[in-house]
Design a protein around this ligand. Structure first.
Ligand code: ZN
Length: 219
């Protein structure tokens, strides 16, 4: 009888510890930046949320999905598992996007966007991160984008974006370029640039996983 109650106490304590750890885990960041086998690819915006609209042709939500689907194909060809937060023109809440990432194991999160600003002269790609374990991933992706002919970069930057802040895993947000800049806006209209962007993003992710130095200075 004593043994039985001892076991019950142990199992009760173990149950409480599991609950406690699960509660902590939702807030804890897990650094999978060198071990990840899965990539959650997040095409920004969608559905009623078009994101930026380019006067040179195209909407951010469509361009982001185009690039994201290309990244997915390349990563799968390289042996990674992938999860898309959306595969079609649908609206997904930001918290849902983070939750999809947080439900995975041993993964990272890469969000794809295009930028816009009233100042048409501003151009260049940017990669944002929130936590330190994501810096190298951001640098590796931006370094690869900077090698695309005609593309410039504005450095890696920190930001408190919701999809980054709520993520348990290394997470970055890629702003591929400014749709409001005449040259970048026109370039991003073409499939060639979208393919080059996807190739660069995928290469940066693969470099992050398998090693490789980065040359883009953190902002
Ligand atoms: Zn966006």
């Amino acid at each position: 009888m004593k043994v039985f109650s001892f076991r019950r106490i142990i199992s009760l304590v173990a149950g409480l510890a599991t609950l406690f750890l699960a509660a902590c885990a939702s807030d804890r960041v897990i650094d999978t930046s060198r071990t990840f086998k899965k990539v959650v690819i997040d095409a920004g915006h969608g559905g009623h949320d078009s994101g930026a609209t380019s006067r040179y042709g195209g909407r951010e939500k469509d361009l982001a999905l185009d690039v994201a689907l290309r990244v997915r194909a390349k990563l799968e060809a390289a042996g990674f598992d992938t999860v898309m937060t959306r595969r079609s023109d649908v609206f997904i809440e930001l918290d849902r996007r983070a939750a999809i990432s947080n439900a995975q194991t041993n993964s990272i999160f890469v969000s794809v966007h295009f930028n816009a600003t009233p100042n048409a002269s501003i151009r260049g790609s940017e990669v944002y991160y929130k936590r330190r374990c994501s810096v190298r991933l951001a640098e590796n992706i931006l370094t690869q984008i900077a090698t695309i002919p005609g593309f410039s970069h504005r450095g890696v930057r920190t930001a408190n974006f919701r999809v980054l802040k709520k993520n348990r895993y290394p997470a970055v947000l890629v702003e591929c370029g400014y749709l409001t800049n005449p040259s970048e806006g026109r370039r991003c209209r073409g499939g060639g640039a979208l393919e080059a962007l996807a190739e660069a993003i995928a290469r940066g992710i693969i470099l992050q996983r398998h090693g490789g130095a980065s040359m883009v200075a953190a902002n």
